[in-house]
Design a protein around this ligand. Sequence first.
Ligand code: DAH
Length: 345
Amino acid sequence: MNLIDQLNALVPAFEESLAKAHTLPQVEELQTAYLGRKGQLAGLMSRLPELTPQERPLFGKSANAVKERLQASMNARLATLNAAQEEAELARFDATLPGRAPWQGTLHPTTLVMEEICSVLTGLGFDVISGPEVETDFHCFEALNLPKDHPARDMQDTLYVTDSIVMRTHTSPMQVRAMLERKKPPLAVIAPGKVYRRDSDITHTPMFHQIEGLLVDKNVSLTHLRGILTAFVRQLFGKDMQVRFRPSFFPFTEPSIEVDISCILCGGKGHVGSTPCRVCKTTGWLEVLGCGMVDPAVFRAVGFDEECTGFAFGLGVERITMLKYGITDLRIFFENDLRFLSQFA
Ligand code: DAH
């Protein structure tokens, strides 16, 4: 066989082998064997010097034609194999299977309860407002009838930024902001948010959440306070929940009241079976919020007239969340433990 015949013979040999190649590696192997740098085609081409100068152009032309044929055959084989593989994959794919949901985080229990409380209160007609966590002494204390050096300031361990700027210790400054902004009644607002205190132990964290409420109008009485807050507490804890109003003291309300619900563990009996109840310490009651009729001194501080009446209330969101879900350790809210957090998904 002369060289050109040998060249041409490569085509059927290659195609025959290709037809038997059923995988990508097998095709690649053939490619190396025929078209590679040390492959059969290259081997024949290296024998060019054996030919006479007249024979060489024809040989070169044939070599190029063979090379193109081999490449075309190989590409066609690859296309067939790829299509077959795709088809096999599709045959295995069951489009009726349910999808795999991506892992999703959940809202923090404090956020969930905060949203729930806000939704109950907006349902009762309150608007949601928000304001700064870094507050002036005026909004946080002074206007709320808590003058400097007043002993009641000791109830709240304050983080000072400067002499007259503080991290707000409660959401009550939002009462002041709401009234200064609205200029006159009526208004009914709630202000959820973070508050800060210089306090850190098993039952206190330096940051926690409160929701403040304020309703101001003409002729608002203690009856309105009782009605609204009873409705609120029962929507949150259940319609049969016992509610108790007990006298207390806050500088910005007069009279001041604390609201209790019957103990979620012992149901108000003070003991579980024959053991004393550890949740309510046998009193049968749990404090849920502070409230009262707005002190006239607060109205004066924001320029509201003598005829204004209103009530205010404030509650701790972590505390409510603990009561609602029977959580006994405050620290778990801040530990980022997924075993705890994912229970609220
Ligand atoms: N600001 C109070 C605190 O942080 C809670 C509070 C009590 C708010 C009575 C009120 C209220 O609006 O009327 O302890």
